[in-house]
Write a protein that binds this ligand. Structure first.
Ligand SMILES: [Mn+2]
Length: 581
């Protein structure tokens, strides 16, 4: 019962392309009447403004109870960890390893989600007096479990391997580990085939037999639920003296959850909401270093700080240096150590930006400013490009030219590429249809990774162009609208309530409202002046590519935000779409 179309990127990220608006409601007749009734009941029983109630209904809320949970989600509202498959087996095996003092290795991934999982698990084991070995493969080694390293770990006497944010597609490696006397617990969230690896436990909400309500957890979410289950079981058995505080670990869960771009709904929203609170109230050493050195300028940790400052820095070490630095940073307990590690992260981030810019500029100058105007796709390759930044470069090309882009480089003897798709097409579907030309491939609707042999490069570029030509619908992603609203509904109280609908991001974008404006004018400096029916003036910002015509009346889709100007609160309208016909 929602008219909202989730965006593929956070609502606070770069402005969306000008798109055809879906104005008006998809709800008609009895459905619309039912929605209006629910909104009224929510307003009456909770005393929330009617506009807020309508937005809640647009986001799938059907009762006042659900509305209450949405506005004030408690950690107690999190799903039961034991609804995840194999949870009991995984918990039992880890407890056995701890009680027998077995050597444990935790194996992760080099991105923000992978590193956060490791930090979560490491911190918990440290509480239990266990010092686990930590392995993070570099990009050169490649994602996932590897036979060579597993053999090395076996020689070192590791009995239990905990595979975090990876492992779901490593059946062979896990079999090999078992033959060497090493058990494996997989804690992951990647798609998993019908053949589940024969590990002691494969804890993954995407398993077909999973009963867990939130299918789209990031791996750090799965890890957090594992730790909740582990803590509960250890308490019941009297194995933990005192209390282990897991709430303070929610900063890590937030980094991985936002970093992996999973929808901020259900359990994810609860985790990130409380994670933001934890970060603002009790920043740990890693965050104190960022606040103290003004990498985050104000003392305000929000969606913007996460998406544009924190996560890119955590990711940068895995792209251009050693991912271990980010892990060390996140588990640091000493302020001096955190500060020194921050300097390394900052350096990695600068290098990352430089490499990205160099490749991007090179591509743009080679394909021309029109982005190969005759073609629907951009496929470019060069053996000198650095593999760690290809995805970001592809993203920028897609945003700039509005075409799916795949950027490919040579790693050892094979060519590896990273792609981003555009509106109105399914990138993964297009790639699947080209599998005969590829060695490996993976991804989803908007992003993919591929590897192929050199001789197939030109054929792949041609075949990709054809595949996309066939699938592209030409339909642009519509701007979502939660509900129509009146200007007189934009009160200070409503603005406070709007923030309670956050944290905003993928799956939970900032509300967009449809207004009837009496007049619209350009007001200089990119600002737009809007006059409402009562002749009041509002200001907004319209990030359109083409300037709009002055108009005596228009419907606008806008997201209201509070801005501080000269110490005063102003309601500012971020205009997403203008409908002037
Ligand atoms: Mn992940």
């Amino acid at each position: 019962m929602t008219t909202a179309v989730p965006t593929s990127r956070p609502s606070w990220a770069s402005p969306m392309n000008d798109t055809a608006a879906t104005i008006g409601s998809a709800l008609h007749g009895t459905a619309a009447k039912a929605a209006a009734d629910v909104a009224l009941t929510i307003t009456e029983s909770l005393g929330v403004p009617h506009l807020i109630a309508r937005i809640l209904v647009a986001r799938g809320v059907t009762t006042p109870d659900e509305a209450g949970v949405f506005l004030k989600p408690r950690l107690d509202d999190l799903s039961d960890p034991f609804l995840l498959p194999d949870m009991d087996k995984g918990v039992a095996r880890l407890i056995e390893a701890v009680s027998k003092s077995e050597k444990i290795c935790i194996w992760g991934d080099y991105d923000a989600d992978g590193v956060s999982c490791l930090a979560l698990m490491f911190n918990f084991l440290k509480h239990l007096g266990v010092s686990a070995a930590v392995h993070i493969p570099t990009r050169e080694e490649g994602y996932g479990l590897h036979i060579e390293k597993i053999e090395e770990l076996a020689k070192d006497g590791v009995c239990l391997l905990v595979s975090l944010d990876c492992g779901s597609s490593n059946a062979e490696e896990i079999d090999h580990a078992r033959r060497l006397g090493m058990d494996t617990i997989v804690i992951d969230h990647h798609e998993i085939g019908s053949e589940v690896p024969r590990a002691v436990a494969v804890i993954n909400p995407k398993r077909k037999d999973s009963l867990f309500p939130t299918r789209d957890l990031a791996a750090c979410g799965v890890t957090f639920f594992f730790l909740l289950g582990l803590r509960r079981t250890m308490h019941a058995k009297g194995l933990i003296p005192g209390h282990i505080n897991l709430k303070k670990e929610l900063d890590l869960v937030t980094i991985g959850t936002v970093g992996d771009m999973v929808p901020l709904t259900g359990d994810n929203r609860i985790l990130v909401r409380h994670g933001m609170e934890v970060m603002n109230q009790r920043p740990r050493a890693w965050l104190r270093s960022m606040l103290g050195s003004r990498v985050i300028s104000k003392g305000l940790v929000n969606e913007f700080a996460l998406g544009f400052i924190i996560i890119p820095r955590i990711n940068a070490t895995g792209r251009v240096a050693r991912p271990h630095k980010s892990f060390d940073f996140l588990v640091a307990t000493d302020d001096q150590a955190a500060l020194a590690l921050l300097a390394e992260l900052q350096k990695a981030n600068t290098v990352r930006q430089q490499r990205e810019k160099k490749i991007h500029d090179e591509i743009v100058s080679s394909i021309g400013t029109d982005g190969l105007s005759g073609r629907k796709t951009i496929v470019v390759f060069n053996e000198k490009w650095h593999a760690g930044v290809l995805g970001i470069v592809a993203q920028k090309l897609t945003e700039r030219f509005g075409k799916p882009a795949i950027v490919i480089t040579k790693v050892k003897d094979i060519w590896k590429g990273s792609g981003r798709g555009g509106d109105g097409m399914d990138l993964f579907e297009a790639i699947c249809s080209l599998s005969p030309l590829l060695l490996k491939y993976g991804g989803h609707k908007y992003a993919c990774g591929i590897s192929l042999n050199e001789e197939n490069l030109p054929a792949f570029a041609e075949a990709f162009e054809k595949a996309v030509e066939g699938t592209i619908t030409g339909r642009k992603r519509p701007v979502h609208v939660d509900t129509a609203a009146g200007f007189d509904e934009l009160t200070s109280e409503v603005m406070d309530y709007l923030e309670e609908l956050g944290p905003f991001g993928i799956g939970n974008p900032r509300p967009n409202l449809l207004f009837d404006a009496a007049g619209i004018n350009a007001a200089g400096n990119g600002r737009t002046r809007i006059t409402d029916g009562s002749n009041r003036t509002w200001y907004g910002f319209y990030a359109a590519k083409s300037p709009f015509q002055k108009s005596d009346g228009a419907r606008i889709i806008a997201s209201p935000v509070v801005r501080m100007d000269f110490g005063e609160r102003f309601i500012h309208l971020n205009i997403k779409e203008m409908v002037t016909e």
